[in-house]
Structure formats: structure tokens, C-alpha cells
Design a protein. Structure first.
Length: 389
């Protein structure tokens, strides 16, 4: 039986995606961006561990790896090549801060350029982290929790060592971020062992206290740690500070998502709509933002607000990136099989709807690699309303 995905996970993933777009929309790495970077990417990795059905993939790792490679690495390589062509075409007219030759070198290197690492790092990191996570689960799932906790705690240190031990600014193929992502995935997996897909809620009284404490602690530690982007090998003051804020922030988002879904069926439907094309939105939205920055960023009007000069451009970036990328995903990519192959690694069939939420479509169990349908639970109130109608 297909395991239904809880609505709180759906909302939490949609919120994380929207926050990622917001961070990318802000050209300044200010305190608010630092506040958000403490948890947006960890939320994806933790929720992957929570929602991942390990027992299903454990029996056939080869098939599972092929499915992951198609869904993540085909878009990674094809879109990287497409970006190289774009840079080469526009470079005589628009200065991106590096030459097409530089971009070609860093594409082979698997990371970079420094300060301009593309958003595609997440697809690459997700794939390699999933591979490691699957092997860890395969061999340690029935062992003592001590073995898993030791690896969970040491993986971030291994990632950081890859940077400082080798003396490079950017680790080849971003393998440092892979070990950090692995640790977050293992956190999510351990949570699933004890809570399955149950919401992270106890009762309203305990939840209010927990949210208050978590928010205060999260605010303090993110202010101390500063801006983080593991895709650029930026860990803040301490990688373990980041691990702490990552799980705290995920807890806050998941608990708020539970209550949001509990009291708003409409929000659940919106989140489901976003998640159906979440990978495509993630892959497309930086193009919209880059266009705004290159062609609108020099206008004097963006300095009209003295207390936050970048606010007008941020708002335009944010809204246009969400709206336009959603329309491109649903009205363009969703209509052409070749574009589905480019952005998702496979062509969707009518039977594949609704497809699983970003970032990794699960292969189904009937011998092909189409997306598995994952039903979103229909709230009781909606079922009753439909019955009355």
C-alpha cells in the first residue's frame, strides 16, 4: 500500500522552498538572510530522512540509485551545460563576474566559481548524500543506535575536514556539503524510527512552550553563527552550531506547518500545488532573479528606502521568481516531454499524477522509473463537505 504523505510535511517542504527563493532574491547577505540560512537547507535534508521509506529501497539499491541519478543528476548535468551556453552567449554583453572558460573549468571541478556557486549544487549534494544515506541504512538499520549516532555526529566534522584539511576554498564536487547533508538525513531517519510520520506535536500547551524556547535559542545561535551556505563551503562560526540551528529551525517550521494545515485546508492545497512542481521551480527561479538583477538592478529607484535600500528589488525578485517559475513549471515544462527530461530526469505520464514532492521523485515498484503517486490525505472536513454536496 502506498504510504500517504502527511500534510504537515507537504506544507513544511513548500515553506522551505519559498524561503530558499526569498534568500536568493536578496542580493545582500544581511542579518535576516543569516537568520534564515540557519535552517532552510537542513529542513530539506531532515524531511527527506523523515519521509524516506527505507524498507522499500533497501532491498534493491541498484534500482534505487538509478532512479536517484535520473531524477537529480540528469538535470544537474544538462542544466549546467545550458548555463555554460548562456554564459558564453551573453558574456560579450553582460559581465557575470567570470568568463565562460572559468565556468567550464569549475563545472569540471564540480564546484564554483567562488562566490558564484550555482543553485544546482543542491541537486548534486542531494544525490551523493542519498547514496551514502542508503548504504548507511542498508548496513546499520538493524544495529545498535550507538553506531548510527557516532556516524551522525562525526559526518559534519568529516565534511569540514575535507575543506580545511586540503586547504581549498571550495571542495571538489562539494563533498563537504554531502557529509553535512548526510548527518541531517540521519537525524530525520532517527526521528522517523520513533515518531513515524506523526506530527511533531505533543499538545498545544507544550507546543507553545517548545516553540518559544526553540525560537529564542534559534535566534541567538543564528546571530552568533552568521551567514551559512554549505554549497559554498561557508559553515558560519561552527559547523555544530549550524547542525543545532538546522534541527531547531526544522522543528519550528514543522510544528507551525502542522498547525497551519490543521486550521487551513486551502494552505495545504496551495502547498501541494507548489510541491508538485517544486524541483522545476527550484531549478528555474534563479534565472528570473538573475534577469532582474542584471537588467533592473542599476535603477536608482532601488535606493529610495534609506533604511533598507534593497527592499524594492527584493520584493520584485521574490514575487516574480515564485510566480513566473511556477507558471513556467506548470504551463511550459509540464507540457513538453523533452523539457520534463531536462528538468526532472524523466517524462511524466498521466498515471504519475500527483507526483511526489521535491526534491526526489521516488521510483515506483513496477519496474520503471516514473514517479510514484503519493496521495495527499484529504482532510475529514473536506470529505464531509463533498459528501454533503
Amino acid at each position: 500500500m502506498t504510504e500517504k504523505r502527511e500534510s504537515w510535511i507537504t506544507i513544511a517542504k513548500a515553506v522551505a522552498l519559498v524561503l530558499v527563493i526569498f534568500i536568493h532574491s536578496n542580493p545582500a547577505r544581511d542579518s535576516f538572510s543569516s537568520f534564515l540560512t540557519g535552517m532552510v537547507m537542513p529542513a530539506f535534508f531532515v524531511l527527506y530522512g523523515v519521509a524516506h521509506n527505507s524498507g522499500k529501497s533497501r532491498g534493491n539499491l541498484k534500482k534505487y540509485f538509478v532512479g536517484r541519478a535520473r531524477a537529480l543528476m540528469i538535470p544537474y548535468f544538462v542544466l549546467t551545460l545550458a548555463m555554460l551556453v548562456m554564459y558564453a552567449a551573453f558574456y560579450p554583453f553582460v559581465d557575470f563576474g567570470f568568463t565562460p572558460t572559468d565556468f567550464a573549468f569549475y563545472s569540471i571541478y564540480g564546484n564554483g566559481p567562488l562566490g558564484r556557486v550555482t543553485h544546482l549544487w543542491f541537486l548534486r549534494t542531494m544525490f551523493f548524500a542519498i547514496i551514502l544515506f542508503a548504504f548507511v541504512d542498508r548496513f546499520l538499520h538493524n544495529k545498535s543506535i550507538a553506531f548510527r549516532l557516532i556516524l551522525l555526529a562525526s559526518a559534519p566534522a568529516i565534511g569540514v575536514f575535507l575543506k580545511y584539511g586540503t586547504g581549498v576554498e571550495l571542495v571538489p564536487w562539494g563533498m563537504d556539503s554531502v557529509f553535512i547533508a548526510l548527518s541531517f538525513m540521519m537525524m530525520g531517519s532517527e526521528i522517523r524510527r520513533y515518531r513515524h510520520l506523526s506530527p511533531w506535536s505533543v499538545n498545544s500547551y507544550v507546543d507553545v512552550i517548545g516553540l518559544t524556547i526553540a525560537f529564542v535559542a534559534y535566534s541567538y545561535f543564528t546571530s552568533v553563527n552568521g551567514f551559512v551556505n554549505i554549497g559554498e563551503s561557508l559553515y558560519g562560526i561552527s559547523i555544530y552550531n549550524y547542525m543545532f540551528t538546522g534541527i531547531l529551525g526544522t522543528y519550528i517550521v514543522c510544528l507551525l506547518s502542522f498547525y497551519a494545515g490543521k486550521y487551513s485546508n486551502r494552505l495545504t492545497r496551495y502547498a501541494t500545488s507548489i510541491n508538485k512542481v517544486g524541483q522545476e521551480i527550484y531549478e528555474v527561479h534563479p534565472l528570473i532573479i538573475e534577469f532582474n538583477v542584471q537588467f533592473l538592478g542599476g535603477l536608482a529607484i532601488w535606493g529610495a528606502l534609506a533604511f533598507y535600500p534593497g527592499a524594492p528589488l527584493l520584493i520584485i525578485n521574490f514575487l516574480s521568481a515564485i510566480i513566473i517559475s511556477y507558471l513556467i513549471a506548470t504551463q511550459v515544462i509540464g507540457r513538453f516531454g523533452v523539457l520534463q527530461l531536462v528538468f526532472m530526469g524523466f517524462r511524466k505520464t498521466k498515471e504519475a499524477y500527483p507526483k511526489p514532492t521535491f526534491p526526489v521523485p521516488e521510483p515506483n515498484g513496477n519496474g520503471n522509473n516514473h514517479a510514484e503517486s503519493v496521495e495527499e490525505p484529504v482532510p475529514i472536513e473536506v470529505r464531509n463537505r463533498n459528501r454533503d454536496d
